[in-house]
Design a protein around this ligand. Structure first.
Ligand SMILES: N[C@@H](CCC(=O)N[C@@H](CS)C(=O)NCC(=O)O)C(=O)O
Length: 193
């Protein structure tokens, strides 16, 4: 999203979730995303953005207390979304099994997560309602900032949850962020048969 917003040229490669070797070789850790910028590899999103955003167009300094809001939202979105994300074209059988085994340790069995769906959906709707008043038309800002990249990236995960309904304000907000960021991430991949 940051690369698109800054209109920088980039290429991207989707790694299988059970590919430990490639990320470990590139950055010493099994964690994505990894960006290789001018031959230097970095796997913290905010650090990557600092490296590429030479003119601070994304107003890095406004990040502030964003982390706390995103952690709160993220934990519910992960519990709600994970049982559905594993059925996206991003996964094959081996990577799906690996993901479920790893994530079940912390979150419990996926069938149980799916049964508890309304427990996670309610707090998500409450947080989304609370934040809605701060969309002006970007998060606490008339122009897109780094906060929107963090927020939209979290909320985006809900698109894969069947029958999850966004309010008109949220739908418009996500489309606005998508347009500003030229966000068309791996359309080829997501639409593969
Ligand atoms: N602090 C990192 C966190 C990145 C992160 O949590 N990545 C997840 C995927 S979204 C990951 O690769 N986790 C390792 C794993 O699940 O095996 C950042 O902001 O870039």
């Amino acid at each position: 999203m940051a690369l698109g917003y800054l209109n920088l040229p980039w290429t991207s490669q989707v790694l299988a979730y059970n590919d430990e070797e490639t990320p470990e070789k590139l950055s010493g850790k099994k964690m994505l995303p990894i960006a290789v910028v001018d031959g230097q590899s970095q796997n913290e999103s905010l650090e990557i953005i600092t490296l590429i955003d030479k003119k601070n167009s994304l107003s890095n300094e406004v990040w502030g207390t964003t982390d706390a809001t995103l952690d709160e939202l993220g934990s519910w979105v992960h519990n709600l979304g994970m049982p559905y994300w594993v059925w996206s074209p991003e996964f094959d059988t081996a990577s799906r099994d690996y993901f479920i085994a790893k994530k079940s340790i912390k979150r419990g069995p996926f069938p149980l997560l799916a049964k508890r769906r309304s427990e996670f959906e309610k707090p998500i709707q409450m947080v989304l309602q609370r934040l809605e008043t701060q969309i002006t038309p970007f998060w606490k800002s008339p122009k897109l900032t780094i906060r929107d990249i963090g927020l939209a990236a979290h909320v985006w995960g809900l698109f894969a949850v069947p029958e999850f309904r966004f309010s008109q304000t949220w739908h418009d907000y996500l489309m606005r962020v998508k347009a500003e960021c030229r966000f068309d991430y791996h359309r080829d991949f997501w639409e593969k048969p």
